[in-house]
Each structure stands twice: as structure tokens, then as C-alpha cells.
Design a protein around this ligand. Structure first.
Ligand SMILES: Cc1cc2nc3c(=O)[nH]c(=O)nc-3n(C[C@H](O)[C@H](O)[C@H](O)COP(=O)(O)O)c2cc1C
Length: 152
């Protein structure tokens, strides 16, 4: 299986990961400096930029930015244009595809779909990446320079 890392603040993303049964590294606020050491997919919720320092620290550690092959964004559609803003920003900044977007801890369809994406990536099947949804840059991103200090 391709490696998976995730971040969670209130536990929804952790609950989603649990439901998929995937083995995944949890980015810890106490020590985000963990070297994935291989290609991986990052699953992460959405918050204001200042709440994502641990994710930035993780991404900038060793080759974690380079090894990132896809993003799965979690959020809440009540945030409208800011839905899944963190995954969208990282995608735009690091040129990494968003493979899937889901709300909160996901539903049973999300669990099946994400498992399938990870399994397909593990078989070096490019279908999942080809299927990656084109995500519009949110309007609100205009003046935000999240991650721009290490734009590729
Ligand atoms: C303070 C706060 C800000 C949030 N901002 C956004 C947001 O900008 N966009 C979004 O889609 N969801 C937003 N959410 C919803 C969370 O991303 C969503 O509940 C997610 O499932 C939480 O994941 P976690 O429990 O793993 O931390 C926000 C939630 C909180 C509490």
C-alpha cells in the first residue's frame, strides 16, 4: 500500500482514517518532524492557515514535500468557497493533485472511494491520478501566500 499521512485537530480526520482501515502516520503537534521516506498521500482537514503550522513543519521536513503524490482534503461545505481550503492551497502551491474531497469524517461511499484510490496508487495504476478532480482556486486565495515561501 502507498503510505498515508494525516493531520487532525478535533478527531474527524482520524475517525475517517480509522474507518478506512488504512495504516497511516499521524502528524503530531508535539513533533511534526517525521520523515515519510517514501511516496505518500496526505489526508488533512481545513482550517485557517495559522492553525496548520504542524502540517507546514511536516511538509518542510526532509523530503516530505517531494514525496507527496496526492492530497485528500476534508472540510465542511458550510464554509462555501473555503471548503477544503487547506488541501486546495497546498495543491495549488506544491502542484500536487487533489485525489478526493470529503466532509467531516466521511460517509461509507467516501471510505470505499478513498480505499480504492489508495489501492490503485499502490498498484502503480495511474487511474486514480487521472481521475483527480480539477479544483478551482478559491476566490479568497487572492491575497493569501500560504506556503508561498517554499513554492517550487
Ligand atoms: C475553527 C474552524 C475552522 C474551520 N475552517 C474550515 C474551512 O475553512 N474550510 C472547511 O472546509 N472546513 C473548515 N472547518 C471544518 C473542519 O475542517 C472539519 O470539521 C474537519 O472535518 C475537521 O477535521 P479534524 O477533526 O480532523 O480536525 C473548520 C472547523 C473549525 C472548528
Amino acid at each position: 500500500m502507498v503510505a498515508v499521512a494525516f493531520y487532525t485537530i478535533t478527531g474527524q480526520t482520524a475517525h475517517f482514517i480509522d474507518k478506512t482501515g488504512l495504516v497511516a502516520h499521524q502528524i503530531e503537534d508535539a513533533n511534526p518532524h517525521y520523515d515519510m521516506g517514501e511516496k505518500y498521500v496526505l489526508v488533512l482537514p481545513s482550517y485557517q492557515d495559522f492553525m496548520m503550522d504542524s502540517v507546514v513543519d511536516f511538509l518542510t521536513y526532509k523530503n516530505n514535500k517531494k514525496n507527496l503524490i496526492g492530497l485528500i482534503g476534508c472540510g465542511n461545505r458550510n464554509f462555501n468557497d473555503l471548503f477544503a481550503q487547506t488541501a486546495k492551497k497546498i495543491s495549488v502551491t506544491l502542484h500536487v493533485p487533489i485525489l478526493y474531497l470529503l466532509e467531516l469524517s466521511g460517509n461509507s461511499e467516501d471510505v470505499v472511494n478513498v480505499r480504492q484510490i489508495i489501492e490503485q496508487l499502490s498498484q502503480s495504476d495511474k487511474t486514480a491520478q487521472q481521475k483527480a478532480k480539477e479544483v478551482e482556486k478559491p476566490k479568497e486565495l487572492g491575497n493569501i501566500s500560504f506556503l508561498s515561501d517554499y513554492r517550487q
